[in-house]
Design a binder for this molecule. Structure first.
Ligand SMILES: [Zn+2]
Length: 199
């Protein structure tokens, strides 16, 4: 539709989550109108993040280096793991200041429609941590939507036979929403009111 580089920019923007063709066009032309320096600042932020940020080899949170700050913090309580879908959920839970344990980031949720099963998530890596880290409780903090609930049920069935305490954050979170949109107080209460799961 447009000359080479413009179309390429629209195509690349259109591959981002939640950006449809119309938004991609609007953002592309916004960027083209920006002063060169402002547009390049965005390009640099992307390439710098890609170069410096990796995923923690232990919990798969974002990290600069082998391990993230949380895994490297000796003051964090060992033995309790909070399982979340994405690094942004770690930030949401940290903001509540209600949790002092460690995390495990699945990097997604089970979604048959999108072809995402347990093998595409960091489930194997979760299981591998249980014994060496002497984990006694796993708190399932996946999102309160269909994919998040399915993921929690799958993990509960997997973990319960191992003799662990498996809990799920309390309801009261907006159903169908994302953890990150819950306010700190609500999320903190949901964490505090977690219950053991029956499977
Ligand atoms: Zn980590």
């Amino acid at each position: 539709m447009y000359a080479g580089p413009v179309q390429e920019l629209i195509d690349q923007l259109g591959r981002l989550p939640g950006i449809g063709p119309k938004s991609a066009q609007r953002i592309a032309f916004y960027l083209l109108k920006l002063p060169r320096e402002d547009a390049l600042r965005l390009a640099r932020a992307i390439s710098e993040a890609k170069e410096r940020v990796t995923f923690c080899r232990r919990c798969f949170n974002v990290a600069e280096g082998d391990e993230c700050d949380l895994c490297g913090d000796p003051r964090r309580e060992a033995g309790v793991l909070c399982v979340v879908e994405e690094p942004r959920d770690v930030v949401a839970i940290e903001k509540t200041q209600e949790y002092r344990g460690r995390y495990h980031v699945l990097q997604g949720a089970i979604s048959p429609i999108e072809g995402i099963g347990p093998d595409q998530l960091r489930v194997k890596e979760l299981l591998a941590r249980l014994e060496p880290e002497a984990v006694t409780e796993v708190i399932l903090c996946t999102n309160p939507n269909i994919e998040g609930e399915a993921t929690a049920m799958y993990l509960a069935r997997l973990l319960k036979p191992l003799g662990l305490r498996v809990t799920r954050i309390a309801s009261g979170l907006p159903v169908g929403g994302d953890l990150e949109y819950a306010d700190e107080l609500t999320l903190g209460r949901a964490l505090e009111g977690r219950r053991e799961l029956d499977t």
